[in-house]
Design a protein around this ligand. Sequence first.
Ligand code: PXG
Length: 462
Amino acid sequence: MNVLANYPPTAELQAIDSAHHLHPFSHANDLAKRGPRVITSAKGVWLKDSDGNEIIDGMAGLWCVNIGYGRDELADAASRQMRELPFYNTFFKTTTVPALMLARKLAELAPGPLNHVFFANGGSDANDTNIRIVRTYWAEKGQPERSVIISRWNGYHGSTIGGASLGGMKAMHGQGGLPIPDIAFIDQPNWWAEGGDMTPEEFGLERARQLEAKIKEIGPDRVGAFIAEPIQGAGGVIVPPDSYWPEIQRIVKKYGILLIADEVICGFGRTANWFGSQTVGIEPDIMTIAKGLSSGYAPIGASIVTDEVSEVLSNTEFNHGYTYSGHPVSCAVALENLRILEEEGIVDRVRSETAPYLKQQWEALVDHPLIGEAKIAGMMASVALTPNKATRAKFDAPAGTAGFICRDRCFANNVIMRSVGDRMIISPPLTITKDEIDILLSRARKSMDEAHAQLKADGLMA
Ligand code: PXG
């Protein structure tokens, strides 16, 4: 019997889940008390759960369903490819048509000399690949001591040992003895939380110059690369001051270190350009991509490297790869996703119509008594919750208390928004319409009103 064809009611599904399914980034006993929401189907920007509720998805799944749910073309592409060739490897002097076609398409879309693609299963393992690429690159250039990669506190680069080591999430480092050796950190350009009395522009420069100070501290002959998200996603949609990225670009050029742009969230239209690097004006040597590459319809990630990096790597056997590197079904799905993004002009429409519309409404949220700053870049946005916007005060409660209250109200109002500490964030499908933006914002506002009332009742704000 096909257990998916005729499944039991919600309570029973939740009991099975609690008994057998371990969830990512979850406290299992807490989750079991209320039981997870069971999502059963989706169309466009709308999710349906096992109780029949219709929920507007302000997070595009997990920052990935860029073209929206329910596109038959992708299902057909997967089905066709599974029938034709469900799997073959790319290890031993073989290739497949979907893998080579996707590599060429990515070379065409990625800016400048980023023309060579190494496939992974998602963003985390693509970043593991990047660690191997950087260290192999410098070894091949006769400078194997350049093994240090500098990253940023509160950056997110995945959950494998390598990805979590590159990431600057202290809670992740705290479990399992991370980071691995030769990863160093500088502070993030989060003006709202850490800017003190500086203007945003002064602060952006100060944070960028920490990179130069760190390179000098470690020794320029020891540093191989700097990795960062053009705009931090999981860290709370932190849009850096305009002064930040030009200074970073100057510093990496001056010391000849490789720049890795982690585009897992920013890529494929999220910031209203094809890549976040174009939005912030940088020229990376390596890009990490995943998520929007297939709009989440099939797992796939990749590293894209420049002609120069590829040339150096090509002098040796690169002892690295995954069974599913260049998986033909994922590549076929990604190709179809990119065709739709391009042919339907989705990125252009975001840039000219829907992102400006969302920006206008999102920035108006600063009028709300609970909201301090509202930041947005294309279709990713955040607000800071605060008891006092004039002083940029934190709540007199553990970080995340207010965020959780607000997220729970969103949940109850059938809108998916994430909380990161005491920031609320959105990252909707790029296909969201103006009418749907109105619904998203009105539900968000209602949830913020309710959270505000509760925070006042709890004595956490005046
Ligand atoms: N880099 C970045 C910038 C990411 O956002 C990864 C790498 C890892 O990708 P994979 O495909 O291995 O998960 C990510 C993933 C959240 C959240 O709660 C964000 C991510 C993953 C899970 C949760 O915001 N980003």
